[in-house]
Ligand binder design. Structure first.
Ligand code: C2E
Ligand code: MG
Ligand code: MG
Ligand code: MG
Length: 293
């Protein structure tokens, strides 16, 4: 839109922009200390198998507890981490933490437990030793690659360069699975689904939000699920907040659900306790109430 408007169409030094830039600079500086200062935490959110209600997977989601500002959203600080290069150290920390927890949950909860970790494009494309070190860590702990799923977004595959293809092949070799996050929001080019080896599609929560019988989002979700299954992928629906959404997704054959209906992201210790809690059987739909009033 700015094209043809000339260089001087915008004033870059309006007070609001200055404040925003200053804010970003300060926050980036604080982020530098956050890792060492123990202000980062890894939360986990269950990924629920819809047919059985079982929890054999979780997504790791980073949290920053800023000493003055309180919880800062990853939507705010991950871009800063990327721009400053801090994402490399932060990503390495996320992987290390995830591996420790998945080891425990494989031992104590289910032998095939998996933890999903998010990787931003910059992180994913980087060719460096930290990644090899992390693969080494998995091996040292005797953990198979299948313990971990890496979540990437469509954009990365759309303009996939050799670094991206190589990384995907490396993951494949190590047995690590790949999930396509926020599916349906980016680009509607589906050709990469046959080009790359993807294991999971995560239906973006913008589809889940408006699910209703006969709605267009229901039609789209149905189609995504059928297509994914024909290609041999499993489907995870994001942002499941109501029982109706869960039931519609289950009826459409969706494999897994993730969302506030089941549980929000929570500290690892709390997630650990959730796994140890006795299985909550879903109440039969027409069960009589114990006491009628
Ligand atoms: P994402 O990977 O798509 O993660 C799902 C987001 O949806 C999370 O936001 C989660 O808290 C939120 N969510 C889960 N269930 C519900 C629900 O029922 N309703 C609604 N409205 N939201 C729900 P969060 O934790 O704020 O993370 C935001 C994004 O930040 C993530 O989106 C991911 O792209 C990025 N991110 C988080 N952790 C990391 C990380 O360790 N590394 C990198 N590179 N990115 C991360
Ligand atoms: Mg994700
Ligand atoms: Mg997502
Ligand atoms: Mg998302």
């Amino acid at each position: 839109a700015a094209k043809g408007g000339g260089r001087n169409r915008f004033s870059y030094f309006t007070p609001t922009l200055q404040v925003a830039a200053l804010n970003r600079m300060r926050l980036t500086n604080d982020l530098r200390g956050a890792l060492k200062g123990g202000q980062l935490a890894l939360y986990f959110q269950p990924i629920v198998h819809l047919r059985t209600g079982r929890i054999h997977k979780a997504e790791a989601l980073i949290r920053w507890n800023h000493p003055q500002r309180g919880m800062v959203s990853p939507l705010e600080f991950i871009p800063l981490a990327e721009a400053s290069g801090l994402i490399i150290d932060i990503g390495a920390w996320v992987l290390r933490e995830s591996v420790q927890w998945v080891r425990r949950w494989r031992r104590e909860h289910h032998p095939e437990f998996q933890v999903s970790v998010n990787q931003s494009p910059l992180e994913f494309q980087r060719e460096d030793g930290s990644y090899q070190a992390w693969l080494g860590e998995l091996q040292a702990l005797d953990l198979p690659g299948q313990s971990v799923v890496v979540e990437i977004t469509e954009g990365l595959l759309l303009d996939a360069n050799s670094a991206v293809s190589n990384k995907l092949l490396q993951l494949r070799d190590a047995g690590i699975q790949v999930a396509l996050d926020d599916f349906g929001t980016g680009y509607s080019s589906l050709s990469y689904l046959k080009k790359f080896d993807i294991d999971y599609l995560k239906i973006d929560r913008s589809f889940t939000r408006n699910l209703a019988p006969d709605s267009s989002d229901m039609a789209l979700s149905d189609a995504i699920i059928v297509m994914a299954h024909k290609l041999g992928l499993r489907v995870i629906a994001e942002g499941v907040e109501t029982a109706e959404q869960r039931d519609l997704l289950a009826a459409a054959g969706c494999d897994y659900g993730q969302g506030y209906l089941f549980a929000p992201p929570m500290p690892a210790e709390q997630f650990d306790a959730l796994l140890k809690a006795p299985v909550q059987e879903a109440a039969p739909a027409h069960a009589p109430q114990p006491h009628s009033h």
